[in-house]
Every structure is written in structure tokens, then in C-alpha cells.
Write a protein that binds this ligand. Structure first.
Ligand SMILES: Cc1cc2nc3c(=O)[nH]c(=O)nc-3n(C[C@H](O)[C@H](O)[C@H](O)COP(=O)(O)OP(=O)(O)OC[C@H]3O[C@@H](n4cnc5c(N)ncnc54)[C@H](O)[C@@H]3O)c2cc1C
Length: 478
């Protein structure tokens, strides 16, 4: 660890850091890149295919995108995100991608060290965030090129590594590797502290230094612990003028909330099945693995188990033909494997015995309880109970943001503070052009926490935060 990082992580540090980013996934990495002085300009001579955007881009030649009015530039853009800045940055990076094109970005990047803002990125695991927890052989839902961060195309990185996309998609393992490499290639490593878990963020407003001085900005105290290679833990505490929440959603899986859910054979993460197959504790001759859920993570688990010929009971609450099931929103041509799972879920409920050996689908079934002797008790739609001996249970029914390190677990920051924080229905309430919390100055949120659920779109939030922080730095008295 560099001395600079040691100084700031040590309790003795008195000078506040301008920015602390909590979370080292794609959101935190992209923001670190922008805060490190990498500055986007429109390439001389580049023509954007969106005529209105092209006209606006020509109005301020030679001015960095980060110094322009993001509200003005993004006005009139439409696409698959609700965030205007996410659409803007995506349109600049991948100008015609939604039309099926492959046009190069209209941006060129200059490394202007004088614009860098010192910052630290704290993360529980290695840089790459959720991608280090996703089963490595799983293929991304998004096209591989949408998983890339600024100025390093996934396809170019793949070429260098002699890897290839699969039907234009990448494996989660390659993407995790790409993010780790991105941090190294772009020289961002000194900003990152891996194995750092934040357990508390508190803030207060310091006294004004002189009568009549402007209201001082709040100061944040960020504390937690660092896990060393020998697994020992060391507390740290640091002070920051701005804090960016980029913690994603993957650390707090949703629970069924039924008796026995804490038993050791119940898991909430696909990696448990991987570990059990690797260790040989779950095999083709074991009792079935129960997979609960009808989303893509559950589908991935079904595919994984099928690959290893492991018997599966697949239970989910909704009817198989429920239009709200994610499978109905995915084009068949692009996602044949997920449609296969949906077909299995559907056919099994009509035909008995299963045409898919070793797989049984239980639509509209509710789990009632798990027993210590590895039994799972289900209730069918008619209210009848069924009991099965099982080897392992995977509860894959989504995940929630975990902001337990904030006062009141961050509930006051949500769009509707009376409802639980949710990335899809009730994200953190941020200004759409700065991503600063509406409720707390100096506190920012990025990625799923701010309602941007795809890597392609989390990057616009990073642009908004970097642009806002640069303006704040410029306003600071010398
Ligand atoms: C199975 C699966 C498949 C997906 N497929 C796709 C896809 O195909 N395309 C796509 O665009 N998106 C996909 N996503 C969503 C994608 O993973 C997220 O949009 C993206 O990773 C969000 O990036 P992030 O940096 O905001 O958060 P994350 O990637 O979740 O990173 C946040 C990091 O912060 C860490 N953290 C959390 N709390 C703390 C704390 N208190 N202290 C320190 N560190 C902390 C977490 O451990 C995590 O490593 C998928 C997600 C899952 C789970």
C-alpha cells in the first residue's frame, strides 16, 4: 500500500480527502478514471449520427464534455435508460449501438493531471465489484461491448488476451478480469484499497471559520476495517469532504424469511453450488438441489446444475406464463439458453414425468420451511404440502442494497423514505445531472443505488459526479 493511502487510512490523518468512493465495481472504477484527470473531448472531425446532439457538440469546440452543460447536451436523447446523463455518455461512447452499429466513440481522452482530484476507492473484494462474485463461466446478458469502460474496448482487450466473445456476449470471468486489468492499465491502482469494508459513515457540519464566511461543506467520517492477506483485521477511519456510494446491490441477497433458512445447506448465492460440485458433496446421484426463483440468477443456477447432471427441483411463486417473468422480455434469438430454461419450466408443469431428466418444475409453489435433516416443505397452489429430501438449497430471489453503514441505513435518502430502498422501485434520490443526494450535500450515489442497473448506463452517473466535483474544486478558495 502506498504511503499516501496509509496516511489517509490511519487514524492520525487530519487533512480531509476530497473524495472517498465506497465500492470498487464498474461505477467506482469509471469514476476513479474520470477523477484521475482523464478528460473527454469530442474527436476533431467526428460526426455524431444523432443530428441534434451533433449540432450541440459543435457549439463548444475544444471544451471538455465534463465542463459543458450536461442537462443541455442530453436534452432530447432517448433510449433504454431513464437517466439523461447515462444516455448522453452512452451515446458518446457507443454512438449507434442501439441501431446495431459498431461506430467508434466520438470521444478522445486526454490525461490532464492538473485536473485530477485526489480520491480513494474502498472495496470489499478486488476491483470489479459484483463481477468477482458472479459464476465465471456465466455469459453476460448484455453484449460484450456494453460491458466496457471508457477508452478500452472489451473487444480490443479480448483480442490482446486471445479471448473471444460468445455470440457477441462475454463470460463473467472475462469481464471481472477486464475490470481488474482496466485499473492497472489506466494507472489507477494507487487509488484503490481492496479488502476494505466500510462499516460506518457519519457526517456533521464544521463551525464556520470566520464570521460571515460561507456555510462550510459537511465533513464525512468514514470508518471500517481492512483485511490483510493473513486475514487479520485492522480498523481504519478517514475524513472526507465528499462521499460517493457505489456499493451496488449484490451483498445483501433477499431472504424468504421462513423457518430454517439459516441452516447450513441453505444458500443465497450460486457460488455455493459451484463449491459443492467442486468438493464432490453434490453429485448426479445426490438428492436434488432446490433452486428457488424465476429470474436470471435462478436460470443460471438451473443451467449450471444441468451441465453437471445434478438433479434439480425448481420452485417459483409465479405461474410459468406470467408476462412479468424476465424470460418474456428477452429476444429468443439472443438468449436461447434462457428460453430453454423457460421452456423446461413450462413443459414440466404440463407433462409428467419430466421430458428433462433430473429436472422438475414447481410453478406457483411456496416454500414453507426447511428442516435440519435436509428436508424442504413446499405448498402447492391447492394448499397441499409436499416434503422433499434435498442436498442443497439455493434461494435466488434478488438482492437489496445494503446501506447499513449509513445513519438509519440510508432510508431517508430514498425517493420515498417511507418505502424500503430498492434499485428498481425506490432508489436513492439524486439530482439527475450531478448524482448528488437531494437530501445531503456532499453525498453522491452511483449505479444500481441511483437506479442505473446496467454497466452501460452506470458510467453516465460517474460523468455527472466527476463533473460536479470538478466544479466544486474550481469554486474552492485558493
Ligand atoms: C448475476 C448477475 C448478472 C448480471 N449481468 C449483467 C449484464 O449482463 N450486463 C450488465 O450491464 N449488468 C449486469 N449485471 C448488473 C451489474 O453487475 C451491475 O449493474 C454493476 O456491477 C453495478 O456496478 P457497481 O459498481 O455500481 O456495483 P457492484 O458491481 O455491485 O460493485 C459494488 C462493490 O462494492 C462492494 N461493497 C458493498 N458494500 C461495501 C462496503 N460497506 N464496504 C466496501 N465495499 C462494499 C461490493 O462488495 C461490490 O464489490 C448483473 C448482475 C448480476 C448479479
Amino acid at each position: 500500500m502506498s504511503t499516501w493511502r496509509k496516511d489517509h487510512l490511519g487514524a492520525s490523518s487530519s487533512e480531509p480527502l476530497p473524495v472517498v468512493i465506497i465500492g470498487n465495481g464498474p461505477s467506482g472504477i469509471c469514476l476513479s478514471y474520470l477523477l484521475s484527470g482523464y478528460t473527454p473531448y469530442v474527436k476533431p472531425g467526428a460526426i455524431h449520427p444523432h443530428p441534434l446532439l451533433q449540432r450541440k457538440l459543435t457549439e463548444a469546440p475544444g471544451v471538455s464534455i465534463m465542463d459543458q452543460d450536461l442537462d443541455y447536451l442530453s436534452e432530447g436523447l432517448e433510449g433504454r435508460s431513464q437517466s439523461p446523463v447515462a444516455l448522453l455518455f452512452d451515446a458518446l461512447l457507443r454512438p449507434d449501438t442501439d441501431l446495431g452499429g459498431n461506430m467508434d466513440s466520438v470521444l478522445t481522452w486526454k490525461h490532464q493531471k492538473e485536473r485530477a482530484i485526489p480520491h480513494l476507492v474502498l472495496g470489499r473484494k478486488l476491483p470489479g465489484g459484483a463481477w468477482h462474485s458472479i459464476e465465471g463461466s456465466m455469459v453476460t446478458l448484455s453484449q460484450g461491448q456494453w460491458m466496457g469502460l471508457p477508452d478500452l474496448q472489451v473487444k480490443d482487450w479480448m483480442c490482446q488476451k486471445r479471448r473471444g466473445l460468445r455470440n457477441s456476449r462475454a463470460t463473467a470471468g472475462d469481464i471481472a478480469h477486464y475490470y481488474r486489468d482496466y485499473v492497472i492499465k489506466k494507472g489507477l491502482g494507487h487509488n484503490f484499497v481492496s479488502g476494505a469494508v466500510v462499516t460506518a459513515v457519519e457526517w456533521g457540519t464544521p463551525e464556520p471559520s470566520s464570521p460571515g464566511a460561507r456555510d462550510p461543506s459537511p465533513l464525512f467520517q468514514v470508518s471500517g476495517f481492512l483485511t490483510a492477506t493473513d486475514r487479520s483485521q485492522q480498523p481504519f477511519s478517514l475524513c472526507a469532504r465528499n462521499v460517493v456510494l457505489a456499493t451496488g446491490t449484490s451483498d445483501s441477497p433477499a431472504q424468504l424469511g421462513i423457518p430454517g433458512e439459516g441452516l447450513p445447506f441453505i444458500h443465497h448465492d450460486l457460488s455455493a453450488l459451484e463449491a459443492a460440485t467442486r468438493a464432490g458433496t453434490v453429485t448426479p446421484s445426490s438428492d436434488p438441489v432446490v433452486i428457488i426463483g424465476a429470474g436470471l440468477s435462478a436460470a443460471d443456477a438451473v443451467l449450471y446444475a444441468r451441465h453437471y447432471n445434478i438433479p434439480v427441483i425448481h420452485a417459483f411463486r409465479r405461474p410459468v406464463d406470467d408476462p412479468g417473468l424476465v424470460f418474456n422480455q428477452l429476444p429468443k434469438m439472443l438468449y436461447p439458453e434462457y428460453h430453454k430454461v423457460h421452456q423446461m419450466m413450462r413443459e414440466q408443469s404440463i407433462l409428467l414425468p419430466s421430458p428433462y431428466e433430473g429436472y422438475r418444475s414447481f410453478p406457483e409453489h411456496q416454500l414453507l420451511l426447511f428442516k435440519e435433516d435436509r428436508q424442504a416443505v413446499f405448498q402447492d397452489p391447492q394448499g397441499h404440502q409436499k416434503v422433499f429430501e434435498v442436498s442443497l438449497v439455493l434461494v435466488l430471489i434478488g438482492s437489496h442494497p445494503d446501506l447499513s453503514f449509513l445513519p438509519g441505513a440510508g432510508a431517508d435518502l430514498a425517493m420515498d423514505p417511507d418505502q424500503p430502498l430498492s434499485t428498481k422501485r425506490n432508489p436513492i434520490d439524486v439530482d439527475p445531472f450531478t448524482y448528488q443526494s437531494i437530501h445531503q450535500e456532499g453525498l453522491y450515489a452511483l449505479g444500481p443505488l441511483a437506479g442505473d442497473n446496467f454497466v452501460r448506463f452506470v458510467q453516465g452517473g460517474a460523468l455527472a459526479v466527476a463533473s460536479s466535483l470538478l466544479r466544486k474544486e474550481a469554486r474552492k478558495p485558493p
